[in-house]
Ligand binder design. Sequence first.
Ligand code: NAD
Length: 304
Amino acid sequence: MSGNIIDGKAFAAGLRARVATEVAVFQKGAGVVPGLAVVLVGDDPASQVYVRNKGKAAQACGMTAFDHRLPAESAESDVLELITRLNSDPTVHGILVQLPLPGHLQASRVVEAIDPAKDVDGLHPVNAGRLALGQFAGPDGAIVPCTPLGSLMLLRDRLGSLTGANAVVIGRSILVGLPMARLLIAENCTVTVAHSKTRDLPDVCRGSDILVAAAGRPGLVEGDWVKPGATVIDVGINRVDTPSGSDRPYKLVGDVDFATAFEAAGAITPVPGGVGPMTVACLLANTLTAACRQNGVEAPAWLG
Ligand code: NAD
């Protein structure tokens, strides 16, 4: 049974180990320690956990982590001032602003203030534009958003070549769905992007050899939506309440009904333990890529 489960946790551990090795090589050659600055505005508990985990993961692979906390009521000018400072700090190679931001701040203005070379989340319009243009390689290649990059690594590891596969991506967000679709096009897949207005979503999904679910809807994809033998990547992370008397008040589930989809799929990522760990590992890979480029060093080829 476990042969059909794509173990993102194990793959991410391997990637983090590789990043650590490459950090040591880079540091020896360039005499520079890669630095990741994580900015958190406000005190959202989930964001605090994410930020802490990212900082710890960066340190564990030999990078310097800079932790910047701003109060929830910070003015936009305070946030932009910090980003300007980080942009010109030579010890900082990657900048990540934890989203979502408090309601009075406009995420696009904050993200656009980040130097695209340090935008390790890959959300700046320069990086999104390069991705859209298929400009991946070399010092001016796109920095690709971490979650779709990690999802693609899992697909490539499981399937090898993706050429000619029919892929359906559920979700068209800037963070996940759109970049995922663009990456799959670059892999020579035939890609359908489905969303909340898609007609007959189950039927659309049934045609796919690769199904990526990134809708933020718990259990949306049912087993009979999955083509027998298809590879299913469940990006969704949703908190659902547990019955009273349970150990925890909630549990995390994906966008795919795992129990039924597992029966049909050739391979499937679990939640938790699938795409989630890949996101942090790819953030580290992107940070090292950014550090290499800023120092005129060729970055490792993470996708092989
Ligand atoms: P989003 O809300 O920005 O976008 C959701 C997309 O899904 C939209 O394009 C919408 O049209 C589509 N959608 C919503 N309901 C739908 C439905 N019923 N049928 C078809 N399409 C529907 O969300 P996002 O930021 O792209 O994140 C999506 C999910 O992935 C969330 O659960 C989020 O928590 C998770 N996520 C996980 C990671 C990770 O590390 N694993 C990272 C980012 C996001």
